[in-house]
Design a binder for this molecule. Structure first.
Ligand code: CA
Length: 448
C-alpha cells in the first residue's frame, strides 16, 4: 500500500483551533501527530493528538462518542497508556482515524461538534509528554554516506567505507531501556577510556560527550519469526517518524568498539521527540531514494522496487541547536550548529525495514529504528560534533565567545525537524531537547 494524498493533506483546510493555522506552527491540521501525555500528577498517561497549541485527549474524545464507523477500532486502541496497540492495527485503521480527526478539527465542518470536541482539548503547555510507546527493541543504522565517509576517513583515511556499505544498510542492536522522551537530562557518563599516549585505560567521566542528529521510525504491524517483509510492503509496517538524539561518548566508544561495535559509549541514554508524525502525514513530502553515483552498485533485488526508487525518501529538514549555561544566563537565543536533510540518506526507511527482517527476524509493534547520524555533503550539514569539529581539532566558536569541541556540562542540545514545499502545508516535528548534567562525583575516582 502506498500512502496517497487525500483531503487530510489539503493545504486549504484550516482548523477551528486557530493557533494551528499560524504560519510556522509545527502542528497544523495536516499533521495530527500522536503522542502520550500526562496532565496533572495524579492522572495516568493518555494518548493524544497535537493540534496547534492544544492536545486532543483521545480517551476523552472517545468517551464523548466522537469516533464511529471505520475509525472506532483505532480510537479504541488509543484508550491505552502507549501507542503500541494503535501501531499494531496497520495503515487502514490509522488512515480512518486520521480522516475522522481531521474532520472533527476542520474549520467549517461538523459545527455542532466544536463545543463537544473542545471539551476534550487541553493546552499543550499544561501537559507533560511521556514516552509514546513501549519500545521492545531498538536498532540504530548508519545510513548517511556522508557521515560514514567523514567518520571513516578520520580512522581509515585510505579506506573510509567498508566493502558492505553500498550493498546493505549497516546497523547494530541498541538499548531500548535507556530511551527517554525529550526534556530528560543526560548525565555525563563514566566509562573506560584510553588516551593514545597512555599506556593503559582508566575509568572516569567521558571527556568527549557528543550528540547525534537522527531520524527515528516506529514499527507498526510486525512479522512472524522466519518471515521476511518484502520491500513492496515495507511502508505498511511504518507507523510514523520522530527525531532521535543518540547521545554518544566518543572516548568510551573509541576504546570499546572493536570488534563488536557500539556498546556503553551509546547505551547510557537515547532521547526522542515525543510527537510521532505519521507516515501518512508525510505523504506530500516523499522524494526519490538517494541517487547513487553511476559506478555505485545498485541494491540487490530484495532491497529494490520502483516505488522505493521514486518515493522511498522523505524531504525532512533536520537541525541541531545549542545553548550553553552562559547563553541562557544572558538570555541569548539558541545557536544553530547544523542543518541537514533526511532525504540525503543512502538507504530509505523501507529498505532498513526490509533488510532488518530479511533473515526472518521478527519486528514488533513499537520497535524503534533510527537512521544513524543525518549528515549532508556540506560542512554545515554535519549532524554531530565529531564531524563538525573534526574530532575536536576545529572547535566551534559560539556567539557568546565560548568554544566547543565536544559538549560541556550545562549545554542544552535541541533537535528540530520540519517538512515544507510549495504544494503542501508545512508540518513540524516539535523538538527533542536535553541538558548535560555533570558526572556523578563518585565517578571521578571510581570508588565511594
Ligand atoms: Ca547513532
Amino acid at each position: 500500500m502506498t500512502t496517497l494524498l487525500n483531503e487530510t493533506h489539503d493545504p486549504s483546510r484550516k482548523s477551528w483551533v486557530t493557533q494551528a493555522n499560524e504560519p510556522g506552527c509545527d502542528f497544523p491540521i495536516q499533521n495530527l501527530p500522536f503522542g502520550v501525555f500526562r496532565h496533572g500528577d495524579s492522572e495516568t498517561s493518555r494518548v493524544g493528538v497535537a493540534i496547534g497549541d492544544q492536545v486532543l485527549d483521545l480517551s476523552r474524545a472517545d468517551d464523548l462518542g466522537l469516533f464511529g464507523g471505520d475509525a472506532s477500532q483505532a480510537a479504541a486502541a488509543c484508550r491505552d497508556q502507549s501507542l503500541n496497540r494503535l501501531m499494531a492495527l496497520g495503515p487502514e485503521h490509522w488512515s480512518a482515524l486520521r480522516r475522522r480527526l481531521s474532520a472533527l478539527l476542520a474549520e467549517g465542518a461538523l459545527d455542532g461538534n466544536v463545543a463537544l470536541v473542545s471539551s476534550a482539548l487541553l493546552p499543550m503547555a499544561d501537559v507533560t509528554m511521556q514516552m509514546p510507546a513501549e519500545i521492545g527493541d531498538y536498532t540504530d543504522f548508519y545510513c548517511s554516506i556522508h557521515h560514514a565517509n567523514n567518520v571513516g576517513s578520520m580512522f581509515r583515511p585510505d579506506n573510509p567505507l567498508m566493502p558492505n556499505y553500498k550493498h546493505l544498510p549497516v546497523g547494530y542492536h541498541g538499548r531500548s531501556s535507556s530511551i527517554v522522551a525529550s526534556g530528560t537530562p543526560v548525565r555525563r557518563p563514566s566509562g573506560q577510556t584510553k588516551a593514545d599516549a597512555a599506556e593503559g585505560p582508566s575509568f572516569g567521566p567521558s571527556k568527549l560527550l557528543d550528540y547525534e542528529l537522527e531520524v527515528g521510525f516506529f514499527v507498526g504491524p510486525g512479522n512472524q519469526t522466519g518471515e521476511a517483509i518484502p520491500i513492496g510492503s515495507a511502508e505498511d509496517h511504518l507507523f510514523g517518524f520522530c527525531l532521535v538524539n543518540d547521545w554518544s561518548a566518543r572516548d568510551i566508544q573509541k576504546w570499546e568498539y572493536q570488534p563488536l561495535g557500539p556498546f556503553l559509549g551509546k547505551s547510557f541514554l537515547t532521547a526522542i521527540s515525543p510527537w510521532i508524525v505519521t507516515t501518512e502525514a508525510l505523504a506530500p513530502f516523499r522524494t526519490p531514494a538517494f541517487e547513487r553515483d553511476a559506478d555505485d552498485p545498485q541494491p540487490l533485488a530484495h532491497l529494490d522496487s520502483a516505488s522505493n526508487r521514486t518515493r522511498g525518501g522523505v524531504d525532512l529538514h533536520v537541525e541541531v541547536w545549542l545553548t550553553t549555561q552562559a547563553m541562557r544566563d544572558a538570555g541569548a537565543e539558541p545557536f544553530r550548529l547544523s542543518r541537514g536533510n533526511f532525504k540525503e540518506l543512502y538507504w530509505t526507511a523501507g529498505q532498513m525495514v526490509t533488510h532488518h527482517a530479511s533473515n526472518g527476524c521478527n519486528l514488533r509493534p513499537g520497535d524503534l529504528m533510527a537512521s544513524g547520524t543525518v549528515s549532508g555533503p556540506d560542512k554545515g550539514s554535519r549532524g554531530c560534533l565529531l564531524e563538525l569539529t573534526w574530532r575536536g581539532s576545529e572547535p566551534i566558536t559560539l556567539p557568546s565567545g565560548e568554544t566547543r569541541a565536544f559538549l560541556a556540562d550545562g549545554d542544552e542540545v535541541i533537535l528540530r525537524g520540519y517538512c515544507e514545499n510549495e504544494s503542501a502545508t508545512r508540518i513540524g516535528f516539535g523538538s527533542c531537547s536535553g541538558i548535560v548534567l555533570p558526572a556523578r562525583v563518585s565517578d571521578d575516582n571510581g570508588s565511594d
